[in-house]
Design a protein around this ligand. Structure first.
Ligand code: ADP
Ligand code: MG
Length: 542
């Protein structure tokens, strides 16, 4: 059947999955029925295998190498999945489902993918006796039982909402590389979320991450406002401006060079000179209208030429050039300024406010801080670490923590982690199986076993005996110790709830639902047909 080739560090260092059972559009060698399903299941399981060992606080790291030889080391399932160059259609379904989960909730991705892989593994053995439709229905019903069990397990954190946020963020951080600083970093993430929160909603686009390598992880901090890793355009400009009126300019502020076609027409030296003079006048006019708008701090998306810098410096204006589109939008939100495409049209109404725009030095590197903005409240997490790779990994982990904290803010109830929630869901599904006919019971049993893969993987990744750990957790839940999960330090069980290892209910429910959905989707496919490109079929692009 299909052969899966994964070369994590090949020449192009891509994780590619191929099926040797390739087929032609005329149907030669086209996989159908059981063969089609087996190939799909195998491809999807390969994705799960790729991330399984990263699950949990003791998960191992993966080294990702891209086509250009750029290396990153990560423990983040979502990042690995994003980096995988998956061409197999069934595997892509898993990757895309995981990406959706990551986007919506910011966590639980690895769990969902591992669960989906296990559901499919069990389905393969059941498929000899059961029709795909019966299997799919069974999984759907079992998922509903699991969800009810998770809801039954959920409650509010004892210390109130803020404490719940802190705990879910710490749990998300602890399962990643930044473990030693987890508590403090989790706290920063929670402060960031609360700073931008509007009631129970937090818009994370108001939280920016500014990354700088070369300093200790412990130097990571949170500042009010927007931080740019840039210097002001000239030393002749003021180093800080208090009560700044802020103008934002899209594009560049440069005199255009004649385009190639124009160069030909401008072969006449006088025409050329006239062109240059006109361009320079255009820039000078732009600069003078910026200055007369009342702006005292100007941020330009792209390049600004020296003459313009000079003119602005002489007007006592602080300019930062080349800030990029994303930062420009962040500044717009924070200061209330409206970015202008044509600086000659800038008016009073386009300007924003900031109580301070200031260039500072952070461990040798210049930074511009924009604080006390007149727009929405914005904060920046200044992420520090020894190397660029470690800064990237801490940033990813902080993003997870921000995501779960936002989720927990929107929706109170939390559940114990460390595999306790999955173990409890497995217990409930297995209980229910006892009330069903033999065939359906088999499907429920399989679903329960797949859920138990989470505590099993947590133990295994920590170097503990997975079978012992699962047996212990199962026994604890059978005895009504519903909050008990895997203690990674011992391989025994512990009360995850009391230890503060908790996760938002929504993350758990969504992981299970996503896994069941994608597994069901894949199981129901009984034919793989090579088609013409989609636009040829529909007559338009998708
Ligand atoms: P995901 O992408 O699914 O969030 P992670 O690698 O972040 O995967 O691992 C999450 C799992 O690790 C969850 O089941 C969580 O409960 C568990 N976990 C986190 N901290 C601990 C801990 N201290 N002890 C045991 N399990 C933990
Ligand atoms: Mg996580």
């Amino acid at each position: 059947m299909g052969d899966i080739v994964m070369h994590a560090r090949g020449d192009r260092a891509r994780t590619t999955m191929m099926r040797d059972a390739s087929f032609r559009a005329d149907g030669v060698g086209r996989p159908r029925g059981r063969d089609a399903r087996a190939a799909n299941v195998m491809a999807a399981r390969a994705v799960a295998d790729a991330v399984r060992s990263t699950l949990g606080p003791k998960g191992l790291d993966k080294m990702l190498v891209d086509g250009a030889g750029e290396v990153s080391v990560t423990n983040d399932g979502a990042t690995i999945l994003r980096g995988m160059d998956v061409s197999d259609p069934a595997a892509r379904m898993v990757v895309e489902a995981a990406a959706t989960l990551e986007r919506e909730l910011g966590d639980g991705t690895t769990t969902a993918v591992v669960l989906a892989g296990e559901l499919l593994r069990h389905a393969e053995t059941l498929a000899d006796d059961l029709h795909a439709t019966a299997l799919a229905e069974g999984f759907r019903d079992a998922a509903a039982v699991a969800t009810r069990a998770l809801e039954g397990l959920a409650r509010e954190a004892p210390g109130g909402r803020e404490e719940a946020l802190r705990r879910v963020a710490a749990t998300a951080m602890a399962s990643k590389a930044a473990a030693p600083e987890a508590t403090r970093l989790a706290d920063l993430a929670v402060r960031a979320v609360l700073a931008v929160a509007d009631g129970r909603r937090a818009d994370l686009s108001h939280v920016r991450l500014a990354k700088l390598a070369g300093r200790a992880l412990a130097a990571t901090d949170l500042v009010e406002g927007v931080v740019l890793d840039k210097a002001r355009a000239s030393e002749a400009m003021p180093r800080f401006v208090a009560e700044a009126r802020v103008a934002l300019v899209e594009g560049a502020l440069t005199a255009a060079k004649p385009a190639r076609a124009a160069t030909l027409r401008l072969a006449d030296p006088r025409a050329h000179e006239a062109f240059v003079a006109e361009e320079e006048t255009r820039v000078a006019r732009a600069v003078s209208s910026l200055a007369s708008s009342g702006a005292t701090a100007i941020f330009v998306e792209k390049r600004v030429d020296d003459r313009a810098i000079d003119l602005l410096a002489r007007s006592g204006i602080l300019l930062v050039a080349g800030v990029g589109g994303e930062t420009l939008s962040a500044l717009a939100r924070a200061t209330g300024a409206r970015p202008v495409a044509n600086p000659r049209e800038v008016g009073e109404a386009d300007l924003g406010r900031a109580s301070l725009v200031e260039e500072a030095r952070e461990g040798g590197a210049p930074e511009v801080l924009v604080t006390g903005g007149g727009g929405a409240r914005s904060v920046t997490l200044r992420v520090r670490g020894a190397s660029e790779e470690s800064v990237e990994e801490v940033a990813r982990t902080l993003e997870d923590a921000l995501g779960v904290a936002r989720t927990a803010l929107a929706d109170d109830p939390i559940v114990p982690g460390a595999g306790a929630a999955e173990a409890e869901a497995a217990r409930a599904v297995r209980d229910e199986a006892g009330r069903l006919d033999a065939r359906r019971a088999l499907v429920y049993e399989a679903f329960a076993a797949a859920l138990e893969e989470i505590p099993r993987a947590l133990a295994e990744n920590a170097g503990r005996d997975p079978l012992e750990a699962v047996t212990a957790v199962r026994a604890a839940h059978a005895a009504g110790r519903r909050d008990h999960g895997v203690e990674v330090a011992t391989g025994g069980t512990f009360d995850a709830w009391s230890a503060g290892v908790v996760e938002p209910l929504r993350v758990k429910v969504q992981s299970v639902a996503t896994a069941a959905e994608v597994a069901t989707l894949i199981l129901r496919i009984d034919d793989v047909i090579a088609t013409a490109r989609r636009e040829d079929l529909t007559g338009r692009s998708p």
